[in-house]
Design a protein around this ligand. Structure first.
Ligand code: AMP
Length: 190
């Protein structure tokens, strides 16, 4: 199974991605974690993106596309993956489809966690990561609305969007995601 999980900052992408990847036996790929690791390791990419990540700005599409391309070529993701935080722009979504065409793969479904802005702010502040300053949180919410919300239509039109109420309790959200995926897996095996 090949999945993407989308949602604003604090929507619960990481929490749900971790559980889902265990439940489905697929690799969890978090672009935010990959970037934070690159920053700590002071790689060339890390140095390039550090300021943008700290300020809650999006990293350039070209850098993200290359990062994902390299990651999806690794052998450990051959049996499936769950992209956490990617794609975030319409351009990234289109490029992901081109890349998957090349790899003869297909995105099973894009999951979006619907969470009201007030809850996003509350959860992000409670999490207190280094890039979770109040200014960066507001900026990430604004960017989610401007850049990521429009690409939901991209997946909806292709009948590949799974919309989930992400404001519910963690277990409930997990079950809501898993149920339609299990039904789909069942259907495919027949
Ligand atoms: P996250 O942990 O997913 O919230 O990502 C943390 C930060 O990494 C974001 O605020 C962006 O600066 C950057 N980032 C992660 N994924 C992407 C992406 N798909 N496109 C652009 N920037 C990204």
């Amino acid at each position: 199974m090949r999945l993407a999980i989308l949602g604003g900052p604090g929507a619960g992408k990481g929490t749900q991605a971790e559980r889902l990847s265990h439940a489905l036996g697929i690799q969890w790929i978090s672009t935010g974690d990959m970037l934070r690791q690159a920053i700590v390791a002071q790689t060339r990419l890390g140095e390039k993106v550090a300021t943008r990540v700290k300020q809650g700005e999006l990293v350039a599409d070209e850098d993200m596309i290359e990062l994902i391309r390299q990651r999806l070529l690794q052998p450990d993701v051959a049996n499936g993956w769950l992209l956490d935080g990617y794609p975030r722009t319409a351009f990234q979504a289109e490029e992901l489809d081109f890349l998957l065409d090349d790899l003869k793969q297909r995105l099973t479904v894009a999951i979006v966690l619907d969470v009201p802005d007030a809850v996003l702010v509350e959860r992000s502040l409670a999490r207190a990561r280094a890039d979770d300053t109040p200014e960066a949180i507001q900026r990430r919410i604004a960017l989610f609305q401007e850049r990521t919300i429009p690409l939901l239509e991209y997946y909806e039109m292709r009948d590949r969007l799974l919309r989930i109420d992400g404001a519910q309790a963690i277990n409930r959200v997990h079950e809501d995601i898993l149920k339609p995926l299990a039904a789909q897996a069942e259907g495919n095996s027949k």
